[in-house]
Write a protein that binds this ligand. Structure first.
Ligand SMILES: [Zn+2]
Length: 75
């Protein structure tokens, strides 16, 4: 037995199906699994942690509009 340098087959990273090196989607068993794996990487890089802004907070963040009565105020 001689160890081969090239792997003639690998297991699909997504579903662990044995995939031959001759497969067009190698090392994935299918285009679908390739997309799933890419999606994993993409979602792993983007951690969506958008703060939940509640309407009450937005209300208090509004700049105060000058009231009409304050401008009309006379000493
Ligand atoms: Zn697969």
């Amino acid at each position: 037995m001689s160890p081969r340098k090239k792997a003639s087959s690998l297991r699909c990273p997504t579903c662990r199906t044995l995939v031959l090196a001759s497969d067009e989607n190698f090392p994935f068993c299918s285009d679908r699994c390739r997309l799933i794996d890419l999606g994993k990487w993409a979602s792993g890089g983007y951690v969506i942690s958008a703060p939940v802004t509640d309407p009450e907070q937005l209300e208090s963040m509004r700049p105060e509009e000058p009231g009409e009565d304050s401008s009309h105020k006379h000493k």
